[in-house]
Design a protein. Structure first.
Length: 122
């Protein structure tokens, strides 16, 4: 798939190399990226159900559906990302803003099959 702001390799599962990102979800992420106006560094996108993180769950999570992405971001950019994501209809926002700046991220997903809070912290 060709995206304006993302390479297939950065969206692919780090365990299998497969890219199972949902096209409609990625359109929303591209729109969010455009509006934010700063680069998104992806820490995790698609995870195949056999990926160690997914395999340890009772049922695979939003990343295995191809409808989730974790963006390495902090401080003012993290705030802006959450604000813009909410405006674009993102239904799952996980906030990890503790610890070293380079490890902080925002999780965004549109996995409607999950029963959980709309926003949470790690």
């Amino acid at each position: 798939m060709m995206y304006k702001y993302f390479k297939d390799s950065e969206l692919a599962c780090k365990h299998t190399g497969e890219n199972g990102m949902d096209v409609a979800f990625m359109k929303v992420i591209e729109d969010i990226r455009e509006e934010c106006g700063f680069p998104f560094r992806v820490s995790s996108a698609y995870r195949h159900p056999t990926h160690p993180i997914e395999a340890n769950k009772s049922t695979p999570g939003a990343h295995a559906s191809g409808k989730a992405i974790d963006i390495l971001v902090s401080m003012e950019q993290a705030y802006k990302l959450v604000e813009v994501a909410y405006k674009h209809g993102i239904i799952g926002i996980g906030i990890a803003q503790k610890g070293p700046i380079g490890n902080r991220f925002i999780h965004l997903d549109m996995d409607e099959s999950r029963s959980r809070p709309r926003i949470w912290s790690y």
